[in-house]
Design a protein around this ligand. Structure first.
Ligand SMILES: NC(=O)c1ccc[n+]([C@@H]2O[C@H](COP(=O)([O-])OP(=O)(O)OC[C@H]3O[C@@H](n4cnc5c(N)ncnc54)[C@H](OP(=O)(O)O)[C@@H]3O)[C@@H](O)[C@H]2O)c1
Length: 234
């Protein structure tokens, strides 16, 4: 199998590791807009070739309704790439084909959807008709590492920022697909029960999944601390 891209999980979290800033306590050191702007600045500085989010997070940005074409369709498998020379791609994991797109890019970054093997042709036709690129998994296991390796080979994605939410972060960490964690810790607390954390892996948790070594800690503006850790197999 070819090599996959380097994956950096970059997230903004509260002191209790939660990822929904709208729920957090306030701080005289800075507000959510300032924290988000710092997050985006660091994102840009990483000079990644793509960013990747889970289906739920992408649904907050894609904003489309289902509109499969009527009648028989002819589609390409396993992949359909509308463009191969983008500076940055917007990737989403969507096993069942639940995402629909109002436009083919997010903030100018062309979308590529990573789909499960059983996604119907009608959904692929909808994406292609909307100018959205896709890659279909080789089999039912939906091996994300292999799919990322295909994207590296086909689109030249060498460096990828994983940007949540907690479910995709947890599943990729568990699968050994995260190389570095970059956390912006905000001076805020969530505190509520049952709220997703930055790495969510259900009842099993992530014990034994990885070994983290400290890389750096930097105090930034607006009360933010930037922590970086290298991730290696356990
Ligand atoms: N603070 C921050 O920096 C930050 C960043 C990003 C997001 N967020 C917030 O996080 C929330 C969403 O987080 P979330 O954990 O609920 O959802 P999520 O991680 O965005 O998406 C989860 C979904 O992605 C798919 N998925 C994830 N891992 C997969 C894998 N290994 N293989 C195949 N499919 C996979 C599954 O879709 P299916 O169920 O369809 O199979 C899964 O249910 C949003 O409210 C968003 O605003 C915060």
């Amino acid at each position: 199998m070819s090599e996959r891209p380097t994956v950096i999980c970059h997230m903004m979290v509260s002191l209790d590791g939660r990822i929904h800033p709208s729920r957090w306590t306030a701080s005289p050191d800075g507000d959510r807009a300032q924290w988000s702007s710092l997050y985006e600045q660091l994102h840009d500085r990483m000079k990644a070739d793509a960013w990747l989010v889970g289906r739920t997070t992408m649904a907050e940005m894609s904003k489309g309704e289902a509109h499969p074409p009527a009648g028989a369709v002819s589609v390409q498998r396993p992949h359909h790439f509308v463009t191969r020379d983008a500076t940055t791609y917007a990737l989403a994991l969507d096993r069942s084909g639940k995402l629909h797109f109002a436009k083919p890019d997010i903030g100018g970054d062309p979308v590529v959807v990573l789909l499960g093997h059983d996604v119907p042709d009608s959904h692929l036709a909808e994406l292609a008709g909307d100018g959205v690129s896709y890659l279909v998994a080789a089999d039912e296991t939906m091996d994300v590492g292999s799919m990322l390796a295909v994207l590296r080979e086909e689109l030249g994605i060498e460096r990828l920022i994983l940007e949540g939410g907690g479910t995709i972060n947890g599943s990729l960490l568990k699968a050994g697909l995260v190389d570095e964690i970059s956390l912006l810790v905000a001076p805020a607390i969530d505190g509520a029960d049952g709220i997703t954390g930055v790495f969510d892996s259900g009842a099993e948790g992530l014990a034994g999944s990885a070994r983290l070594s400290f890389l750096s800690a930097e105090t930034l503006e607006h009360g933010i601390v930037h922590l970086r850790y290298k991730v290696e197999p356990a």
